[in-house]
Design a protein around this ligand. Structure first.
Ligand code: ADP
Ligand code: MG
Length: 257
């Protein structure tokens, strides 16, 4: 059984990419076969895993637009068990190029279904918008993981995201579920963070992961070294919490079965 999880929130800077890279790497370190799909034209997941975009021959753009087989776009990473389909700036054109195409919302779903059984988990790092690339991701996914930054306007904009999820459920992917809500970048020194946690829990209830990701400098340093946190600094708090999150994700999947 494999599972496709989209990591989405149209707000930028909430921890989508950090969560995608590190959850994927931690799942792999726990023995799972993992594919991470970068579908953000900024390609932060791609560079964050040390992939030089200039060396990429096929990226997710080629999979979506030129119907390149996803196996032809996969790149190995330094984390055993983790492969990536990279994104380059080419992808910025895809939003427009997909508009006139037939079944444009289903492109990613069709591609990932060709390789789904090679993996235990496929994670998709979404761009900070609710455009066609995010719609493709939600349509391809079994579930959506929503990172929320522990800050004052945390819940702002979430109704838009949840509306989009409902529309996708209604028209494109009736079985799409909310995987979970992840609180990120908690600053333990302020009371504000605690208030936000309470507010988010009131709203999403048991959908909120027990693991909360604190602010951790090592997490923000790792991408500039082209590494996931578990290889960059395995003893850091950041490595510890993303490993906990990976265990939680696996546990929920086993419980659901
Ligand atoms: P998004 O993909 O949602 O835009 P990112 O994962 O890129 O968000 O995070 C935004 C910025 O915050 C990045 O510079 C990242 O390194 C940093 N960051 C993310 N999570 C943490 C954390 N837990 N502690 C410290 N810095 C973080
Ligand atoms: Mg990002």
């Amino acid at each position: 059984m494999s599972k496709i999880i989209a990591i989405a929130n149209q707000k930028g800077g909430v921890g989508k990419t950090t969560t995608s890279v590190n959850l994927a790497a931690c799942l792999a370190s726990l023995g799972k076969k993992v594919l991470l799909v970068d579908i953000d034209p900024q390609g932060n997941t791609t560079s964050g895993l040390g992939i030089n975009k200039a060396d990429v021959s096929n990226c997710i753009y080629d999979v979506l637009i030129n119907e390149v087989h996803p196996n032809e776009a996969m790149v190995e990473t330094s984390v055993p068990g983790l492969k990536v389909i990279p994104a380059t700036i080419q992808l910025a054109g895809a939003e427009i190029e997909l508009v006139p195409t037939i079944s444009r919302e289903l492109r990613l779903k069709k591609s990932l279904h060709m390789v789904k059984n090679q993996f235990d988990y496929i994670l998709i790092d979404c761009p900070p918008s609710l455009g066609i690339l995010t719609i493709n991701s939600l349509t391809a996914a079994d579930s959506v993981l929503i990172p929320i930054q522990c800050e004052y306007y945390a819940l702002e904009g979430l109704s838009q995201l949840l509306n989009t999820v409902r529309l996708v459920q209604k028209h494109l992917n009736t079985t799409l579920q909310i995987e979970g809500v992840l609180l990120t970048m908690l600053d333990a020194r302020t009371n504000l963070g605690i208030q936000v946690i309470e507010e988010v829990k009131k709203y999403f209830q048991q959908k909120v992961y027990q693991t909360i990701i604190p602010r951790n400098v090592r997490l923000s340093e790792a991408p500039s070294h082209g590494q996931a946190i578990i290889t960059y600094d395995p003893r850091s708090k950041g490595a510890e919490v993303y490993l906990e999150l990976a265990k939680e994700v696996i546990m929920y999947e086993q419980a659901a079965r």
